[in-house]
Write a protein that binds this ligand. Structure first.
Ligand code: FBP
Length: 672
């Protein structure tokens, strides 16, 4: 059969319901205590929804006739997935469907197919009970599929309105990330006259939709799908820590998704205690104090001293590798966030410049940049023409000889990566760039230098080495030499940076471990050979697999309640709001369904070379508890000075039982 027991159990699992959803009706209460500093541009572009407040759903009067009427209306509700899949999406549909049918079995729910294209092309299906039951608590967005089309032009807005009017929709629910919720706000504004409500739902495994008020009160701690993806990645990474410590010959390099923010990498670090985890936001925050001071003394500012360079990053990574090797561990597990390059100053400059060049080209020519210049060479030639003052140089003074020079030094696969087509929202597509190879190539280069300098050596197990050396030190020399010949030789090889058999012999003679006429004993040659490190890596990408994982218990409950929240917001007449659950970081009985005004979350951001009004992404906050705890513990996880690794086993993704953590570790730390 195609259906196993796990699937049957999943389908029959009933998520918990927040208490308010057991009351007969809900009403909306405006919460004026939550304020946001919004962008003035949002007032201009979204005048009808910018005044929305945060809304809390509270129990309504059970005897109220008007509430009874409002809830019992027969409604048509459309819903659409937008952007990358995220575990739990089907439960949003289930929550909305169950609630809509509960109040009026005649209500109809339509699912637009393949993302926003389904709205533009009027392609949809009616969601039925059996469809909902087939997909309850199941991962992916396969029920109605998804897509990344943006409804941005006047024409597309009109097409969207036409489809929704033809279907006589009362409301449209957009289940998507920051860009899709941005889209939801613009649709809500566009639909004002039609009476069709638009509600957003915060989805993305990247976890970068988090909403805080001006005074830092958390309204939405994380988007749905994050926990499941993090748990799925973590299980795989944890398996690799076991492999690394067993085979003792590989560094496993794990790139984890998160187009920009490093939340997933941080959560995986907490879940697995991998030896090294890079957090992009921290790299951007780095400052080179010496260079800053030097420039200050000269009365100048050295802009390159702010933020970490690629070269410096490779040094930081090498430091961990070398230190672990010195205590006998020439293996380990490293987590690299997919979007790390976004935080490297020199790369970010390239991305912005190339975004502008490509956007300008598309704007001034009838043909798309990538169609005009299909191969990498064509593209490079075009850039060179700009620097030589040919082509459209006047229009693109931003690309100069220095850029050309620096760009030339990059490996061609990376040049190609930097020139890949932007997505429909104008985002750079990091998932298509082999970030891990760029970084690891530089690491390998530097390790070779360190090896030549005798600084990268494999020591023997730390505790053994330490205890025998301690013993050797307290035993009189003449006995020590006889008894501890090998450890002493080892000590020489490691600490005295012996890098060739010739210098080894000299060092042994100088330390009187052998006579000048003696041959170097085989046992010592073996130690020397063992200490000669080979840096071997295996790279892995954890992304699409976690996006397609089944939802965790946390995400099953979270998304089902989000679906119900979306219905109650609609029933109460809300529009331009994002359904959310407050207190997610606390125990379930504290969860509270709310609506968040999307327009107030907007700011101006560079997209496709222009400034656009979009929802601000939430990045890892370096002052958060979670990051501070990570900083305190990461040295222990690196285990450079001990032979005991501190790996943690998070176990598999589950939706029931006691083995899975209740919620992301990051969330629990931030709520302390
Ligand atoms: P959303 O923001 O749409 O949820 O997508 C996030 C993500 O999973 C990123 O982590 C990743 O960079 C990107 O999607 C990959 O997208 P694509 O499916 O277009 O390759």
């Amino acid at each position: 059969s195609d259906v196993n027991t796990e699937t049957i159990e999943r389908r029959s699992f009933s998520p918990k319901k927040i208490k308010i959803f057991s009351s007969k009706y809900s009403i909306i209460e405006d919460c004026h205590e939550y304020q946001f500093k919004h962008d003035p541009e949002a007032e201009k572009l979204l005048p009808d929804i910018i005044k929305n407040n945060v809304q809390r759903l509270i129990p309504g009067d059970e005897k109220s006739e008007s509430a009874k009427r409002a809830f019992a209306i027969r409604r048509n509700i459309g819903l659409v997935f937008s952007g990358g899949p995220a575990p739990g999406g089907h439960n949003v549909i289930a929550g909305l469907y169950d609630e809509a049918k509960k109040y009026n079995p005649e209500s109809r729910i339509f699912g637009f197919l393949s993302g926003p294209d389904g709205i533009l092309e009027s392609k949809y299906i009616e969601i039925t009970q059996s469809l909902v039951d087939t997909y309850r608590n199941m991962g992916g967005f396969s029920m109605i599929k998804t897509g990344r089309t943006k409804i941005d032009s006047k024409n597309k807005m009109e097409l969207a309105l036409k489809t929704c009017m033809e279907l006589e929709l009362d409301a449209l629910v957009v289940i998507g990330g920051d860009d899709s919720n941005t889209n939801a706000a613009f649709l809500a504004q566009q639909f004002v006259g039609s009476g069709i409500k638009v509600i957003g739902v915060p989805k993305t495994i990247d976890g970068d939709i988090q909403v805080k008020t001006d005074d830092s009160r958390i309204l939405c701690a994380i988007s749905f799908g994050f926990h499941s993806a993090a748990m799925s990645f973590s299980q795989n990474i944890s398996n690799l820590t076991t492999d690394a410590g067993s085979a003792i010959k590989y560094w496993h390099i794990c790139k984890v998704m998160g187009r920009v923010a490093s939340h997933l990498a941080l959560e995986c670090a907490f879940q697995t205690h991998a030896n090294l985890t890079l957090i992009g936001e921290e790299l951007a925050d780095y400052t080179d104090q010496q260079r800053i001071e030097k420039a200050r003394e000269n009365g100048t500012v050295d802009y390159t001293a702010y933020g970490m360079t690629l070269r410096h990053l490779s040094r930081v990574i090498c430091d961990t590798i070398v230190r672990r090797a010195a205590s006998g561990k020439n293996f380990g597990v490293m987590i690299i966030p997919e979007g790390v390059l976004e935080f490297i100053n020199e790369i970010q400059v390239f991305i912005i410049k190339l975004n502008k060049i490509i956007a300008e080209y598309n704007h001034t020519h009838d043909i798309n940049f990538h169609t005009s210049f299909p191969t990498l060479n064509d593209k490079l030639e075009y850039l060179r023409r700009l620097t030589r003052g040919m082509g459209d140089k006047d229009k693109f003074p931003i690309w100069n000889l220095r850029d050309d020079d620096l760009f030339d030094q990059l490996p061609s696969f990376f040049q190609e990566g930097l020139l890949v087509e932007r997505d429909t929202h104008g985002n750079f597509q990091f998932s298509q760039v082999k970030t891990e190879n760029i970084i690891m190539d530089m690491v390998k280069e530097y390790l070779t230098i360190l090896k030549e300098q005798g600084k990268y050596k494999v020591g023997i197990e730390h505790s053994y080495f330490k205890s025998t050396m301690q013993l050797a030190n307290i035993i009189p020399d003449k006995f020590a030499t006889a008894i501890f010949k090998d450890p002493k030789a080892e000590y020489l090889i490691i600490k005295e940076s012996i890098i060739s058999l010739k210098t080894l012999k000299q060092a042994l003679v100088n330390s009187e471990l052998i006579g000048s006429d003696d041959a170097v004993p085989q046992s010592i040659i073996q130690i020397f050979k063992k200490s000669d490190p080979k840096f071997k890596t295996q790279t892995h990408f954890y992304g699409y697999d976690g996006r397609g994982a089944d939802p965790t218990h946390f995400d099953c409950n979270y998304t089902y309640n989000l679906g119900m929240t979306a219905f109650h917001l609609i029933a109460n007449g809300a529009t331009g709001q994002m359904a959310a659950i407050r207190n997610l970081e606390k125990k379930f009985d504290k969860w509270e369904p709310i609506g968040i005004p999307i327009a107030k979350l907007m700011h101006l951001e560079e997209r496709n070379g222009k400034l656009e009004l979009v929802i601000e992404k939430s990045l890892v906050d370096l002052n958060s508890n979670a990051f501070r705890v990570f900083k305190t513990l990461r040295d222990e996880w690196q285990a450079a000075e001990s032979n005991q690794d501190r790996y943690r086993r998070p176990g598999p993704v589950r939706f029931t039982g006691n083995t899975e953590d209740d919620s992301p570790i990051m969330l629990r730390l931030n709520s302390i």
